[in-house]
Design a protein around this ligand. Structure first.
Ligand SMILES: [Ca+2]
Length: 236
């Protein structure tokens, strides 16, 4: 897929940095005390003891800080970690949390649709009659705020198509150096093309340990019309 990740969350601060910071702060405090005590006593043994205590405190504080910001503590099994799954919320004629990833063309339009929908008053759609010179996967996408490391994610969504060349829903897991480390697609189970009334499709992915970002993309490849509604990403 030609579309690259647009947004990345800042990765968690490594434990080792918290430890080193703690050691540095405490050794600076120790140096100040030594200056005040200069000429009164030999502080060599005390310095060694102080560094050992600083290291132990650094390890404890480092792990505590890391655990507080770890994404593992931010989700529950069974939870849907996508926002605005029904596309009911938004403003300025655009659905909240979802962004467009497209190669612009005169006859391409992405819509926050209020006419064709499965539930509620809105869906999202992609319509295109432009023939690109290469394979283009225009898509609606969302980057999740939660990253359930080590769990399986199940993507489900309802899709309606008219003369669609190819439609897929995908889950991408990215590490912090822009490598895709996990991938799930509806194409594993079925090809979606042509004209179909509303139907639910699924995809799944296991979230690797080095995942920093998870992106869901709802894609139309080539020409045709497609609408998506009630798209969920469930933690298993
Ligand atoms: Ca809806």
């Amino acid at each position: 897929m030609y579309v690259k990740l647009i947004f990345r969350a800042k990765p968690p601060r490594p434990k080792c940095l918290n430890v080193l910071t703690c050691i540095y702060v405490l050794t600076r405090i120790k140096a100040c005390i030594d200056v005040c005590n200069m000429g009164k006593e030999n502080t060599t043994k005390n310095a060694a003891l102080f560094i050992i205590i600083a290291f132990i405190l650094g390890v404890i504080i480092g792990y505590a800080v890391h655990d507080n910001i770890s994404p593992i503590s931010q989700f529950e099994v069974g939870e849907n970690i996508l926002q605005n799954s029904g596309f009911e919320n938004g403003s300025d004629n655009s659905p909240s949390y979802w962004f467009e990833a497209v190669i612009p063309a005169e006859n391409l339009s992405l819509t926050w649709d209020n006419k064709t929908r499965l539930n509620g008053s809105r869906s999202i759609g992609i319509s295109n009659t432009h023939n690109y010179s290469e394979t283009v996967c225009n898509n609606w996408a969302q980057t999740t705020e939660k990253i359930p490391i080590g769990h399986t994610l199940e993507l489900s969504g309802w899709i309606k198509t008219i003369d669609a060349e190819s439609v897929v829903m995908v889950i991408q897991c990215w590490d912090n150096v822009y490598n895709m480390v996990g991938f799930g697609t509806t194409q594993t189970a079925t090809e979606i093309n042509g004209t179909n009334d509303w139907q639910m499709y699924n995809a799944s992915v296991h979230v690797p340990n080095d995942t920093s970002n998870i992106v869901v993309r709802l894609t139309l490849t080539g020409t045709g019309q497609v609408w998506f509604d009630d798209v969920k990403l469930i933690v298993k």
